[in-house]
Ligand binder design. Structure first.
Ligand code: ADP
Ligand code: MG
Length: 257
């Protein structure tokens, strides 16, 4: 199995402004403390951990919204950890992200079809209304939804639009950060099934961040458990559920109703 991402000795810290001295630079908080792992191509990898364990920060490094302080991040064989924006441009389209709160990422003044079409235009992929509607249909929303505004959609429908916008760009990798956390149980199930089917059909590699292991069990092939910026467990979902490799994994398992 080939690795789409190969990450080695990844360290990332943020300046701690709450402890900034009167003079000199602020001390730094280490958030990712030497992570090494591979993300296999064409699979769904769950990233789970308590709030504050570094999941979103790690996700943001993978899609290169953040650059690490040190360590290697190889994507499809290319070192991207320290690439500048000009050199990142050719791979930006391959690294897409779906956010936790789609309302904050869907422009409220744009119709649904425009929300999908704009990034396509930016990447020179056409991006007319027809193409946008095709993407909508792939996520199970009828063409009429293209004319709506985000506030005229339910939470689950908004997440589908977020997914449509990402897949319309034909990426290789999608980061999904807590995308079902705000949804009721039945919308959660629909969005998860949709993501799983799309990932299979489009041969996508997905990193799925969640604090909820029960969601990961239904969706993911592999799971990585983060604790205070370190990987404390990582492997096939079945193995991690049957033989948890850390106390953190055991306590996350115990929290499943
Ligand atoms: P998770 O997604 O697992 O809840 P995060 O990656 O969001 O965790 O955050 C991990 C830690 O990094 C937290 O302590 C958080 O406060 C801190 N952190 C995240 N982003 C920033 C930032 N931009 N500046 C300073 N600290 C941050
Ligand atoms: Mg987070």
């Amino acid at each position: 199995m080939t690795a789409l991402f190969s990450v080695r000795d990844l360290y990332l810290s943020f300046p701690d402004h709450s402890r900034k001295p009167l003079f000199g630079p602020a001390p730094r908080i280490e958030v990712l403390k030497g992570l090494s792992f591979d993300i296999p191509e064409g699979r769904i990898t769950g990233i789970v951990g308590e709030s504050g364990s570094g999941k979103s920060t790690l996700g943001r490094v993978l899609v290169r919204l953040l650059a690490p302080q040190s360590g290697q991040v190889a994507f499809a064989g290319q070192q991207i950890g320290q690439l500048d924006e000009a050199h990142l441009r050719p791979i930006r389209r391959d690294l897409q992200m779906i956010f936790q709160d789609p309302m904050s990422s869907l422009n409220p003044r744009h119709r649904v079809w425009q929300i999908i079409a704009r990034p396509m235009q930016r990447y020179g992929l056409g991006g007319g209304r027809d193409k946008a509607v095709e993407a909508l249909e792939k996520v199970g929303l009828p063409a009429e939804f293209g004319a709506r505004y985000p506030h005229q959609l339910s939470g689950g429908q908004r997440q589908r639009v977020g997914i449509a916008r990402a897949i319309a760009l034909g990426p290789r990798f999608i980061l999904a950060d807590e995308i079902v956390s705000g949804l009721d149980v039945s919308s959660q199930a629909h969005v998860l099934t949709l993501l799983k089917d799309l990932a299979r059909d489009m041969q996508l590699t997905v990193a799925f961040i969640s604090h909820d292991l029960s969601v990961i069990r239904h969706l993911c092939d592999e799971v990585m458990v983060l604790d205070h910026g370190q990987i404390v467990d990582h492997g096939p979902v079945q193995r991690v559920f049957d033989q948890p490799g850390s106390d953190v994994t055991r306590s996350l398992l115990a929290a499943i109703p």
